[in-house]
Write a protein that binds this ligand. Sequence first.
Ligand code: CAA
Length: 258
Amino acid sequence: MNPEPLVLHEIDGPVATLTLNRPKALNALNPELMDQLIGVIADLDKNDAVRCLVLTGNARAFAAGADIKAMADSTPTQMVKEQRFANWSDVQRYSKPIIAAVSGFALGGGCELAMLCDIIIASETAKFGQPEINIGIIPGAGGTQRLARAIGPYRAMELILTGNQIDAQEAYAAGLVNRVVPVERYLREAQELAAEIAARPPIAVRLAREAVRYGADTTVRDGLEIERRNFYLLFDSADQKEGMHAFLEKRKATFRGE
Ligand code: CAA
């Protein structure tokens, strides 16, 4: 019998919901789970019917970090040979937006995984932090860079040097999360937002996401160049013609992703 998948997924119309499935270990992210997650995202990327993804855990934990058991006795040589954590960036490599629906712990690699997503919806019980310092290491899957860009270097520095957690409201105030909602609603809220994005023209969504993401990593000048090129490119899409003509004809546009 096959073991239960470490990442479940279900498709509802244009929205796919991916659920991290190691609840007993608070969804600690081991290499097998990350391989499965990236595999599911890659598969969904090829499915034109799916336009937006939601990534979630459970009410108690989005993910409590990289799996400490899986690395406690590792050597640097093993880390280098296996390029541990290097593949995590693949989470954001594909074309469809991903919304993280976070409840409970999003710590260490869990916070880093949420930050690999494009939008973060938090339940009131969500806790974010980079506690690696407490176990003698530092964030290793983007935390020092992405958290500093998300909430500013000073606040990120305090979290990374102390390992302290912030709650959902503090994360919202710091700009790390988009919305904070009651725990009963966080997943539904993320799925509704995903459905809203999924109703937009997919090529424009893709190129807008790419421009924002690229721009966050580069100079304003290069970012503007990407934005302009993507803008010009969209004038080759049927959805641009449909969107503009529907506006002029005062009717609702139907986007086909072409
Ligand atoms: N790795 C492996 N197992 C973990 C884990 C992790 N990151 N986090 C939790 N677990 C396991 C626990 O070992 C425990 O398993 P057992 O029942 O088999 O003992 C189970 O999940 C439940 O955890 P707790 O009993 O500790 O639950 P709690 O409610 O008392 O505490 C917690 C919750 C505060 C999140 C605590 O589990 C904790 O501190 N976890 C570790 C957080 C952490 O240090 N994360 C960073 C990891 S390193 C990293 O992520 C590196 C990177 O940048 C890529």
